[in-house]
Design a protein around this ligand. Structure first.
Ligand code: DQA
Length: 149
């Protein structure tokens, strides 16, 4: 059984992009942090990043099928700026019935007004905001907890 971690636009720049906001940890480091949690739970990690909305939609559909078949528990998802406007991603999560935990490295509510609203949150099983990259580990644990039966 797998657990997916999806990253949206610009998260490939993690480590060098606004380090005062996002820190100096790279996305490779985040993958390792997630792997520790998935290993501890005996799950296979499926870690992905794309700058393209359509690619992310296709992945959500694919992972939704895996989740429906019981081969994947769901996805931890940092949608980046898509969070604030990408209705097609919201609809993809709903349509694919993919369990998703939304994660944001920064506390989006303490930042610019346009970051205060998420179109993804209404279809998320849970949300982790403002704990830095450690939030990915918390989200992996939360998703496992939420989907345990
Ligand atoms: C982010 C917050 C978004 O507003 C921003 O566009 C990002 C990263 C975060 O992890 O804090 O790309 O999702």
């Amino acid at each position: 059984t797998c657990i997916a971690v999806l990253n949206g636009p610009n998260l490939n720049l993690l480590g060098t992009r606004s380090p005062e906001i996002y820190g100096t940890t790279t996305l490779d480091d985040v993958r390792e942090l997630c792997r520790r949690e998935s290993d501890a739970a005996g799950l296979e990690l499926d870690f992905r990043q794309s700058n393209h909305e359509g690619q992310l939609i296709d992945w959500i559909h694919e992972l939704g099928r895996e989740a429906q078949a019981g081969r994947c528990v769901g996805a931890v998802y940092n949608p980046g700026a898509h969070t604030h406007y990408a209705y097609a991603l919201r609809d993809a999560i709903e349509g694919a019935q993919l369990p998703v935990v939304e994660v944001h490295i920064s506390n989006v509510h303490a930042r610019e007004e346009f970051r205060h609203h998420s179109v993804i949150s209404p279809v998320a099983a849970g949300i982790v905001v403002g704990f830095g990259v450690a939030g990915y580990g918390l989200a992996v644990r939360g998703l496992i907890e939420a989907t345990r039966r």
